[in-house]
Design a protein around this ligand. Structure first.
Ligand SMILES: [Zn+2]
Length: 236
């Protein structure tokens, strides 16, 4: 059984739903869509539940704020929705076709797919396209960035192989064997951010740790590196 109630504190309010279940304790949940739910044993009277929520309303408001912010940051995949590419936002235009395909033309993502009302399909087609673009562009920028390094560096090292991956916490990494992994999400950032991450990882070929030698080389190749690092922080 569920019913809706109103919770409030300091002028902020939220609705919540009471769900009576076979359980022993009362639990308060903020769900991924921002809904607040009180799960309670059958025997607890309503006034006790109201009191339970009131006493925790500050926590609920704080938690809801976080959940709703996450929700707003998640791109949705319907017609007209804007998506990032190289630091700018462009709209999706969805149409039906037998094959999933993305054509980026005149600042619009023209997306064709079997069922244009299926956001999961749209997100898959878009991700495949982002990945393809990332592989092409990262390779191209890797060559360009490598050429910015001094001659002794270019003689000493070979241009690394790149792996493109979705990464949660890092923009790039460089293994001891000299393989560079770059985050797929960089394709949504301005090219100067991508270049910064590539140059950063290339510096690791010479200096594996973030020590003096590392920063000396980084500043030599890219004097404005701090500016780019700050921009990545701001955009992510
Ligand atoms: Zn590093």
């Amino acid at each position: 059984m569920t019913d809706a109630r109103q919770g409030a504190t300091l002028g902020q309010s939220f609705e919540y739903r009471i769900k009576r279940q076979r359980r022993k304790t009362i639990a308060l949940h903020v769900l991924a869509d921002g809904t607040v739910e009180v799960r309670t044993p059958n025997w607890v009277p309503k006034y006790e539940l109201v009191d339970f929520v009131e006493r925790r309303s500050e926590w609920v408001i704080q938690r809801r704020r976080e959940v709703l912010k996450d929700l707003a940051n998640q791109p949705t995949f319907c017609d007209g929705q804007y998506h990032r590419f190289l630091g700018e936002m462009f709209p999706l235009r969805l149409s039906t076709a037998r094959r999933g395909h993305v054509d980026f033309r005149d600042s619009v993502f023209l997306v064709t797919l079997r069922d244009k009302d299926d956001p999961v399909q749209v997100s898959k087609v878009m991700e495949r396209w982002y990945r393809k673009k990332a592989i092409e562009l990262y390779e191209e920028r890797m060559f360009a960035c490598f050429e910015q390094f001094p001659d002794w560096f270019q003689d000493k090292y070979v241009i690394p192989e790149i792996t493109v991956r979705k990464m949660r916490r890092r923009w790039g990494s460089c293994s001891r064997a000299g393989e560079v992994t770059l985050n797929l999400a960089l394709i949504k950032m301005p090219i100067r951010c991508l270049d910064y991450v590539i140059v950063h990882e290339l510096c690791h070929l010479e200096a594996f740790h973030h020590g003096k030698a590392f920063y000396r080389l980084l500043a030599l190749v890219m004097p404005s590196w701090e500016e780019h690092e700050n921009l990545i922080e701001q955009l992510s």
